[in-house]
Design a protein around this ligand. Structure first.
Ligand SMILES: O=c1[nH]c(=O)c2[nH]c(=O)[nH]c2[nH]1
Length: 308
């Protein structure tokens, strides 16, 4: 005998773009949304009972709440709006998981103008903001509880000095030489949690957003991550990760923990001694030509949590 122990389903990669026009400027957001539902849906798996199935295509249509949502410009609040609306619309759906990737559109800067262009934008980087919201209406449909994580990914960083890696274990497996000076590069993937919210209503999201200021936290986390990467005299990816997380938690009292996943993207100095005895490997500051390697890469992951 075997039994169904967990079930969830939904729609992934729903793209939505929204323009918000004011008299003076246009604001835009572009999101990739994933919406997953849990609830009394087990018979759809075990008895081919589609009467309990909200079609994933209907979930796609739900995302066009983008037209009406007053929260559309803030991906955390929009995710909460979607999640709460799902559990309030369907009596048998108790939980929703909404994930949003926010793509980068920045106002075009024009020479001599302080303000960016009013309605023209540039995709200036692959980096994405991320949001994960879990809405739980199993105790209350009128004010479901929620867990909220936000973050960013694919933020590429590189520095040409201020990074060493020495003192690591030397044994039969070690070929890597210690270096006092190396290139450090990573693609930042980070996610931070806010405290669980006991009960939220759609109308109450404006006040909730004002209290937590998710947009400003996102900016501060990004700024601290970039600043620490540049300024930290890095002993290792591990140590720089920890220093960065400490700074983020210090500067953002509303965040309870932060996880970084940092690939160590190796740039390997090319041995050019065959070429007229050209020195390009040692000492480290003669290294000018490198082979960028995507794989294998190191991967360093840690969570730092507030203790008081
Ligand atoms: O910062 C680093 N941490 C490591 O754990 C490691 N391992 C390695 O080969 N190079 C590096 N660099």
């Amino acid at each position: 005998m075997a039994t169904l122990t967990s079930a969830i389903y939904g729609k992934d990669k729903v793209g939505v773009f929204r323009v918000v026009r004011t008299d003076t400027v246009h604001e835009v957001v572009e999101y990739n949304v994933r919406a997953l539902l849990r609830g009394d849906i087990s018979t759809s798996f075990t008895q081919a009972d589609n009467s309990v199935v909200v079609a994933t295509d209907s979930m796609r249509i739900f995302v066009f709440l983008a037209k009406k949502s007053p929260y559309i410009l803030d991906p955390v609040l929009f995710a909460l709006h979607l999640g709460i609306h799902f559990v309030q619309t369907y009596p048998h759906i108790h939980q929703t998981h909404i994930s949003i990737e926010k793509l980068k559109w920045s106002r075009i800067a024009l020479p001599g103008k302080v303000e960016g262009h009013k309605h023209s934008f540039v995709r200036d980087g692959d980096e994405k903001r991320t949001v994960e919201v879990h809405v739980d209406g199993s105790k209350s449909k009128t004010a479901p509880s929620a867990r909220i994580a936000a973050g960013l990914k694919d933020l590429l960083l590189l520095k040409t000095t201020g990074s060493a890696f020495e003192g690591f274990i030397q044994d039969d497996y070690t070929t890597l030489l210690p270096v006092s000076d190396r290139i450090l590069s990573t693609a930042v993937d980070t996610s931070y949690n806010f405290p669980p919210s006991p009960g939220l209503t759609i109308d109450g999201l404006a006040a909730y957003g004002a209290e937590y200021d998710f947009e400003s936290v996102a900016r501060k986390v990004r700024d601290a991550t970039i600043e620490l990467f540049a300024e930290d005299e890095s002993a290792s990816v591990q140590a720089t990760l920890y220093n960065t997380a400490q700074r983020v938690l210090k500067d953002n009292p509303k965040i309870v923990d932060i996880t970084y996943t940092l690939p160590n993207k190796h740039y390997i100095p090319v041995n050019l001694s065959f070429f007229h005895d050209t020195q390009n490997v040692s000492p480290p500051n003669v290294a000018e030509v490198f082979t960028p390697t995507n794989s294998p890469s190191g991967v360093i992951k840690a969570t730092v949590s507030r203790t008081s």
